[in-house]
Design a protein around this ligand. Structure first.
Ligand SMILES: C[S@@+](CC[C@H](N)C(=O)[O-])C[C@H]1O[C@@H](n2cnc3c(N)ncnc32)[C@H](O)[C@@H]1O
Length: 287
C-alpha cells in the first residue's frame, strides 16, 4: 500500500511529500497516483517509451515463466540473502524492516522476500507502468512507484534495510544513498553461459562478460564493500516450448526479434530442452 511507504518517499530534491486524492505533492509539484495505486515519479526528461522498461507483453511472459518455478533456485538464494541481511542489521523489534527492489518487474522476488521477513514492508520500483501495476498488487505489504533507476530514486537517504537489484539496471551511488547505515544491497547479475543452449538456435543476445567486475567497481566508488563472499548460482532447467517462448518474451531479445520470426525459430526446437541458468549473487554493505 502506497500509504504505508509514504514516509519513506521523497521528491527529486529529497523533500517529503504530502498526500491528497490527486497525488503526492512537494514544492507545488504533483506526482500522480494511478488508479492501480502506484505513484509516478518520472522526470520531464524521462520518457517511458524511450526507456528500456518492460511492456505489458513482456510482463505477461515474465509472469508465465516465473510462475512455473523455473527460477526457484534464484529466488531461494535471494530470499536467504535478504533474510541474512535483515538479521545482521539487528533491527530493533519495534521497528519495521524495509525491503526495496529496483527494477522489480512483476514483484516475484519482492513478494518472496516479504514472505521471508515477518512484518517487513516493501517498495517496488520500476520505470514501466505495466510493471508498477503488477507491483501494486503483488503483496499486501508492498507500495509501488514508477521511477527511473538511472536518476535520483524517490526515497529519503538511509531508509532501506535490504535493497535488491535482480537482472535490472542499477546505479550504485543511489543504492548507497538510500541504504540504512546497517543496510545491505543484494545484486543478482546474469553470467556468460546463462541460457547458453538457446543463444544460437534462437539468435538471442549473449550475456556480456565483465558485468560482475564492473558492478563491483561502481559499488566500491559508492563506498560499498562486500558483506559476504560473491556466489555463483548455477542450475539446469527443463523447458518446454511454451516456457522457452516465455523466457525469450521476457528478455531484451524480445525487442530485437519480431514476434513471428521468434515463433518460427522456436518451432524448430525440440519439444523440451535442458537449459542452463547462471548468475552471480553479490552482497554489499556500507564501508
Ligand atoms: C529483466 S527485468 C527484471 C525484473 C525482476 N527484477 C525479475 O527478475 O523478475 C528488468 C526490469 O527493470 C525495469 N527497468 C528497465 N529500465 C529501468 C530503469 N531505468 N529504471 C527502473 N526500472 C527499469 C524493466 O521495466 C523490468 O521490469
Amino acid at each position: 500500500m502506497l500509504a504505508d511507504i509514504l514516509d519513506l518517499l521523497a521528491d527529486p530534491n529529497g523533500e517529503p511529500l504530502e498526500f491528497s486524492e490527486k497525488g503526492l505533492h512537494a514544492h507545488g509539484r504533483t506526482y500522480p497516483i494511478a488508479d492501480a495505486g502506484y505513484a509516478i515519479f518520472l522526470l520531464e526528461d524521462t520518457s517511458e517509451e524511450t526507456s528500456q522498461g518492460d511492456d505489458p507483453a513482456m510482463l505477461h511472459a515474465r509472469e508465465a515463466f516465473l510462475s512455473r518455478g523455473h527460477f526457484a533456485p534464484f529466488v531461494e538464494e535471494v530470499s536467504a540473502a535478504v533474510h541474512d541481511a535483515i538479521d545482521e542489521a539487528g533491527i530493533p523489534e519495534e521497528d519495521t524492516p524495509v525491503i526495496c527492489e529496483i527494477g522489480a518487474g512483476t514483484g516475484y522476488y519482492l513478494a518472496h522476500n516479504l514472505d521471508e521477513v515477518y512484518g517487513a514492508i516493501g517498495i517496488g520500483i520500476d520505470i514501466s507502468s505495466a510493471a508498477a501495476e503488477h507491483l501494486a498488487s503483488c503483496h499486501p505489504r508492498v507500495g509501488a512507484v514508477v521511477a527511473d533507476a538511472r536518476q535520483r530514486l524517490p526515497l529519503h537517504d538511509g531508509v532501506v534495510d535490504a535493497l535488491t537489484v535482480i537482472f535490472s539496471p542499477h546505479n550504485a551511488a543511489e543504492c548507497a544513498r538510500v541504504l540504512a547505515p546497517t543496510g545491505q544491497l543484494i545484486v543478482l547479475l546474469p553470467e556468460p553461459g546463462h541460457l547458453k543452449e538457446l543463444r544460437q538456435p534462437l539468435g538471442i543476445r549473449d550475456v556480456e562478460p565483465g558485468g560482475v567486475a564492473e558492478f563491483r567497481e561502481q559499488a566500491a566508488e559508492a563506498g560499498l564493500v562486500f558483506a559476504a563472499e560473491p556466489r555463483t548460482i548455477e542450475f539446469s532447467m527443463r523447458l518446454d516450448r511454451e516456457s522457452i517462448k516465455a523466457q525469450i518474451g521476457m528478455s531484451p531479445s524480445a525487442r530485437d526479434i519480431p514476434e513471428d520470426e521468434l515463433a518460427e525459430r522456436a518451432a524448430q526446437l525440440p519439444p523440451a530442452m535442458t537449459v542452463s541458468a547462471k548468475a552471480s549473487l553479490l552482497r554489499f554493505r556500507k564501508s
